[in-house]
Design a protein around this ligand. Sequence first.
Ligand code: GAL
Length: 849
Amino acid sequence: MKKRHRLQLLIRVLVGISLTVPFLTIAQNNKTIERMGAVNTESFDQGWLYSRYGLQPDGTRVEEPKNLESTNQKDATWQKLNLPHDWAIAGPFRSDITGETGKLPWRGIGWYRKHFTVSADDQGKQIFVDFDGAMANAKIWLNGQYVGTWPYGYSSFRMDLTPYIKVGQENIIAVRLDTENWDSRWYPGAGIYRHVWLVKTNPVHVGHWGTYITTPEVTSKKATVKLAVTVDNQSDKKVNALVQTSFFELDINNKPTKKVTATKAVTVAINPNSNVVTETQTAVLNPKLWDIVAPNRYVAQTTVSINGKLVDSYNTPFGIRTIEFSATKGFLLNGKKVVINGTCNHHDLGALGAAINTSALRRQLKIQKEMGVNSLRTSHNPPAPELLELADQMGFLVWDEAFDNWKVGKKKNDYNKIYDEWHEKDLKALIHRDRNHPSVFIWSIGNEVPQQRDVEITKHLADIVKREDPTRPVSNGYNDPDASREAGAPVSLDLMGVNYFFSQQAKWEADPRYKDMPTLGSETASTVSSRGEYFFGNDYQNWQISSYDTAHPGWGCTPDEQFRTNAKFPKMLGEYVWTGFDYLGEPTPYNSDDTNLLNFRSDPSKVAELQKKLEEIKKKNPPSRSSYFGIIDLAGFPKDRFYSYQSQWKPELPMAHILPHWNWKERMDSITPVHVYTSGDTAELFLNGKSLGKKTKKQGVDFRLIWDDVKYVPGELKVVAYKNGKKWATDVVKTTGEASKLALSVDRNTIAADDVDFAFITVKVTDTAGLTVPRTHPLIEFSIEGAGEIVATDNGDATSFTPFQSHERNAFNGMALVIVKAKKGQKGKFTVVAKSNGLETGKVTVSVK
Ligand code: GAL
């Protein structure tokens, strides 16, 4: 491993100089570990006050008063809330706002204030506030004094409050956010939308993201574990600090269990107001490796002592695994080849907006795991820390991405405005925060950046990444991969990321500059559809898109076409489909903005063609406010192609899936094609017991089986799939009876009474036999009894303007979703009731612990 360029010297043993410092009561370290960092970290999410200026939800403006940071500012009438908070998700949806950012009023100026006290015992301590992310252009004051700024809304950052804090008295922190001077190609959310933490340390402590663990040699018998610890001395005296780290296994509940090794204690001398990096090494015998099937982890518990007294204690969860990327062997995790079956995703959580919620994110990952997803691309920005924690825990590999543009923006007020001053700080923040996560296996410096052909900038950014973490490859997602490779820009990368355009792949595999460079489909498919909608002849109707999985924009393709490309280039490491979930904004092809023209930057005739289409669409003012790209809809319900990916990504799972539904009263005797996704190789389709023939996939060519000449008659469609001549899986689709009742089910029977653990309740409109009735959209009214609260509702319809907070919602093609939380501290249970005219009421009860 290359030595990192640091000014500080590595100092190992020095003479002791005594220092009197106040000591923390540092908890025993066998507690559940919530996050990497100082043990003395507490949530700072509760009890904020909020007020909005500038653009208001209805489009009017309220002038921003001066001195809102002042301690004299009256804030008693401000809205009381807890973080995370996304001020835009409350809407309303407005047809005059562009669909690209979700038709939600996210632009504005938001002020947050919090009154808090730190105990008199904290005298002499360092007090930090850590923001996981604040959208955007954050400026922070404490007690009226300016503390600092961090413009990029996706970066995590720390502010040192120490110089301004008043111990034993009330303090007021004020945060100003401004999304009026920020642009986005998707719904960015607005506000302090991630968690905030208060960290108290002694003046001598492990620095912010101050540990870096690498495992340069790993065998089944032994793993070498290298640890670099940055120790800050924020006192005005030189100190001798004893730094020591013990390593424990970490169980699935994030509790340290068995101790496996420890480093030798190292004494370091640190000058006043400076820091030192200590580097030590130890070995873990018979290491339990982290991988995507068994995500084993360890935790390093570092202590810093002065004169025998403990002054700081710091946790670093990590995993032991090897990663290897090769143009010939592919990607190897712990020596075994893994094909990357990935999805790209934006950060919003559908009806919850951008406000981070761990249970919502966990649900998204669980659904994707079921589909066979093994990797996630954090398109196109640093993710919430919770995403990496969950990826570590659940076994996902992460392509961790920094930017959507560099010096040249895709929009007016893009990252281009802050690139010069901030790109290095933002990149460092991403890498220092994330480099101990075993799930993170690729760094990405960008996505389709307008300057992708620029050799110098590419090298500059790649160099920063390699300096901060030389153990993972650096990549970039190219939508102009040919011109960029021609120009030589990717030469300084380790991995070539190709978005969509693989036409000249064979040429580059032979080019001496790139032949040893592994290639990845960093973005693929972009198939568009609406769950449960099937059209015949024209894929696009009523602002919806047919779910036959045949529609895609000019630059995209069907999943099948991409599988064929992958089969043609077996050296490619795999793909990241655009996207796993539908997201707020970018409702291509019903966009009313011109961002997607960027996809054809180099082809003027395509730009002109798209421009024309766009003008026509704009005139019609589409109601679409969320994407159609998801394999899974915004409410978390799988669309048909979920099963296409599952058939390829989980080939050992016996499965078959028929589409469309079989309720086509108006299509009597009309040709109604039937498609089947299966992990088998052959299938026979039956309509009302009569065989419509057996079909076999051509290896590498067919990824679905199609019966194109089926004439509709009501009844039962059944498919029997075979693999290697043996019966493998079946699926049945029946013509249903009339809608008769509402059936509710919940993703978990028990949730925690902590305000943040959410239950996801699926509502189905069914007939008397319990079959979900397609093409039904009844208005459903939701209510709740007991210890719960309805947080949001959704149905996956990209054109619905019903606010997500509404307790009334139409089903969309027979389904709806209710998101419920338990009231803090109120144990017991709650029952969600769903009512609709003419339908039997549905109920589900959830326990609260
Ligand atoms: C890509 C772009 C994504 C998204 C996608 C839609 O070119 O990187 O952010 O816009 O197109 O197909």
